[in-house]
Design a protein around this ligand. Structure first.
Ligand code: GLC
Length: 454
């Protein structure tokens, strides 16, 4: 944390809500399979990378051993090239189909004996490791950091070796699932541009895609209108097949990509993770390879490529021609979390955040602004408010000294959860619950927000 940017420390006046804390913990216990906590028992029955990191951050307040366990299991699935996969599959014959969908074993660098996906997710690992570390005594912290250091370095090296062919420090994502904000407008623009074959167009025109309802698993848990559409889901699965055929080899995939964008959220999280990795190295008196820290600097220098001077917001980039995808979304606020932008940019973002024509809702921050043609208050990443994106932005606000705004966003987030439950996402106008109930990262980050509120 940048102490000098966070301003003078205020005395704590908030007493954590013990009832909410107990309920949040009960959700995590409910989703706990022993070695790991799944995002939600029915809909997401496997371990998921950034979900587990958020879970570990929440658990760091109450159960450090369990928090560490989440991270250790993720590292057990790390590929020999350093990639940490976004899903580590649960065992059991009824998940056979899920494991076969990815067949991670077709890549010789995948972890032996572990079935996983073949892509990664926003790099929240360093943050989770440090949040755990900060709760430990100095000697325990050293041991903890030591136990994960080399694997974490290998993970960061993977980004720059495999996902930054241009060497400008910004890394590319090869599937919307990798970005974590699955059907976010910028991803959908790219999918429609590059991976929308004739047969999908035909289904769209004829509405034959409705047949897909019979095959979808997620809509057994959540109403259709709150998920990716059938067409989006089909396009995502098609993309999965395409990258599987190339055995998840970044070089081969990026030669002629089916989907490739340089996402603002992902890169902002990476920049922050880099600085946290440096903090870990420092605590261990280790020296990170110079080649790597040089790349870290380049990432910071390149973040302004996302900035659009006319619209005064950050946009994702197309991989091929580096052009901005000018569809506004919550991604514009994530550079606050990176800590790499100027105070002047941060001021502009804070102003935009409270603008009632776009993001200023009763229960902010919507994933897409109301004045966008993509906005839908109930549909997944195309409008609803999510607790994890709020958490990242709250952290970013504090880095730039916006403590009042951070407290306000924390209170509205907690109010929404208290009122509606530990849902996956929420309607930004009413705070009504959407998505699946008993969702792990909502519970875990509620714990963290409760404990950290002033
Ligand atoms: C959805 C989300 C993704 C999350 C996963 C498990 O796919 O879009 O970000 O990791 O669910 O919760």
């Amino acid at each position: 944390m940048d102490e000098e940017k966070s301003g003078p420390q205020k005395l704590k006046s908030h007493t954590p809500d013990s009832d909410l804390i107990a309920k949040a913990r009960a959700v995590l216990d409910h989703n706990d399979l022993g070695d790991y906590i799944v995002p939600s028992r029915g809909l997401y029955p496997h371990q998921v990378l950034w979900d587990s990191c958020f879970v570990a951050i929440g658990l760091s307040h109450q159960d450090l051993d369990k928090a560490k366990l989440q991270i250790r299991r993720l590292f057990k699935a790390q590929w020999q090239n350093g990639m940490v996969p976004h899903i580590v599959f649960s065992e059991g014959s009824h998940y056979w189909w899920d494991r076969r969908g990815w067949k991670s074993w077709i890549n010789p660098k995948s972890a032996k004996g572990v079935a996983s996906s073949g892509i990664s997710q926003p790099p929240m690992l360093a943050e989770a490791i440090v949040r755990i570390g900060r709760k430990l005594s100095p000697s325990e912290r050293r041991l903890w950091y030591k136990s994960v250091y080399h694997q974490l370095v290998a993970y960061h090296e993977w980004f720059y070796r495999e996902r930054n062919p241009d060497g400008d420090g910004l890394v590319v994502q090869i599937h919307p699932w990798e970005i974590g904000l699955d059907n976010s407008p910028s991803s959908m623009v790219e999918v429609r541009d590059k991976s929308w074959p004739l047969w999908l167009r035909f289904l769209e025109l004829t509405r034959f895609d409705q047949i897909g309802n019979a095959f979808r698993v997620d809509t057994k848990y959540v109403p259709n209108g709150q998920r990716s559409s059938n067409l989006e889901a089909l396009a995502f699965f098609r993309l999965q097949v395409k990258i599987r055929r190339r055995k998840y080899e970044s070089k081969r995939i990026l030669k002629k990509p089916f989907f490739a964008i340089t996402d603002v959220t992902y890169n902002s999280i990476l920049i922050r993770a880099n600085s946290l990795l440096e903090e870990i190295a420092k605590a261990l008196d280790e020296k990170l390879p110079e080649q790597l820290t040089e790349k870290f600097k380049r990432s910071i220098d390149s973040i302004e490529k996302f900035w659009d001077e006319t619209d005064e917001q950050y946009y994702c980039l197309k991989y091929r021609n580096k052009q901005q995808i000018k569809t506004p979304s919550i991604a514009t606020f994530l550079p606050l979390y990176s800590g790499a932008i100027s105070q002047a940019r941060a001021d502009k973002l804070v102003k935009l955040m409270s603008d009632s024509a776009s993001y200023g809702f009763e229960y902010p921050i919507p994933t897409v602004p109301i004045n966008s043609k993509w906005f839908d208050p109930v549909c997944y990443w195309q409008g609803p408010t999510w607790v994890n994106t709020n958490w990242l932005i709250i952290d970013g606000l504090r880095r730039y000294g916006f403590n009042d705004q951070a407290d306000r966003l924390t209170r509205s987030t907690l109010k929404m959860v208290k009122m509606s439950g530990f849902y996956e996402y929420f309607d930004p106008s009413t705070g009504a619950p959407r998505g699946v109930n008993n969702f792990s990262w909502t519970a875990a980050l509620t714990l963290d927000l409760e404990f950290n509120l002033n």
